[in-house]
Design a protein around this ligand. Structure first.
Ligand code: SF4
Length: 327
């Protein structure tokens, strides 16, 4: 395996639930709970799951856009959560994020040239002349022209705006880019163009992506490995081919069977999940999926570990702890 870029160990993010006039803490929303995984240089790790499963909170916790409650994040071997001052700034330059809504993440009253220059200024990148040169280089990297630098965000299409966001993310020559639903808000016709651009840039600069999406066909297109989240926890993580052709966790099986492009494939059984996702403020004890799982047994009242069942295929399910498999 190549160089480790990101190591996430037992990461947890709980939000306090405050109620009443005194705003006393009455509980916690357990958005991310004891999550561990690794991402290697040059790969794209997909993170999938229903909305509200905690994938975006996980991404924001990794980048400290929200401070995690506990756990560790290592970036290229260095402790990121414990970093402060110059060390933190230096690491932040190498870890960027692309959000779902390109319009919302661009200042509407700033021209594109200024938007792209801002991270260079913050990062102390050379003098005005060097910054101008870098801004021109960035706009070209994402397939736009120099004349676009003098325009405002509202003068662009959704796809062009996402290109500008990607250019801004590239400004500080990052190693890792977290892509949080980067094509979900775009027209279907431009999605593949943005995905192709991300792939080209990855190849050219050796970028590593953590790619969050609820769209399994997009994830199948762009990712090498895929992690599946349910109610704040990773329940399965595997090579893309293994996960899509042979999903073993009962939740992954249900998730794939409900997706049009996967559920319709030969030999795939349609699985309808009963009941709603439980509240993350009061998640079920033991296996969090046991309230909706068709294979649940008494043992599922205790917490399953995320185990390697062979070839780096990780599953959190008691059915795979003692050699027993779903029938
Ligand atoms: Fe289902 Fe039990 Fe496996 Fe959880 S541990 S997924 S409830 S069989």
């Amino acid at each position: 395996m190549s160089e480790l870029v990101l190591e996430v160990e037992n990461l947890t993010k709980w939000f306090p639930l405050k109620r009443g006039l005194t705003l006393r803490t009455k509980g916690h929303i357990k958005a991310v709970d004891d999550v561990s995984f690794e991402v290697y240089r040059g790969e794209t790790l997909g993170l999938v799951g229903e909305s509200g499963c905690g994938k975006s909170t996980l991404a924001r916790s990794i980048l400290r856009l929200v401070e995690p409650t506990s756990g560790r994040v290592k970036f290229k071997g260095s402790d990121f959560l414990g970093a402060e001052g110059r060390d933190l700034l230096a690491m932040r330059k190498r870890m960027q994020i692309v959000f779902q809504d390109p319009y919302g993440s661009l200042h509407p009253k700033m021209r594109v040239g200024k938007i792209l220059e801002e991270p260079l200024l913050i990062g102390g990148y050379g003098d005005a002349e060097r910054r101008r040169g870098r801004v021109k280089e960035l706009i070209g990297l994402v397939g736009l022209k120099e004349e676009h630098l003098s325009r405002f965000p509202h003068e662009f299409s959704g796809g062009q705006r996402q290109r500008i966001v990607i250019a801004r993310a590239l400004a500080t020559t990052p190693d890792l880019i977290v892509c949080d639903e980067p094509v979900s808000a775009l027209d279907v016709s431009v999605r593949s163009q943005i995905l192709n651009l991300l792939e080209e840039l990855q190849e050219r600069f050796g970028l590593t992506y953590l790619f969050i999406s609820h769209d399994l066909s997009v994830v199948e297109h762009i990712c090498e490995r895929v992690a599946v989240m349910y109610l704040g926890k990773i329940v399965e993580l595997a090579d893309k081919k293994a996960l899509f052709s042979n999903p073993v966790h009962p939740y992954t099986q249900a998730l794939l069977s409900a997706a049009p492009t996967f559920g319709a494939r030969p030999g795939r059984e349609r699985i309808v999940l009963e009941g709603d996702i439980p509240s993350p403020a009061n998640p079920p004890e033991g296996c969090r999926f046991h309230t909706r799982c068709r294979f649940a047994v008494d043992l599922c009242g205790t917490k399953p570990e995320l185990r390697d069942i062979g070839g780096g295929h990780l599953v959190s399910c008691h059915l795979f702890g003692g050699g027993k498999e779903p029938e």
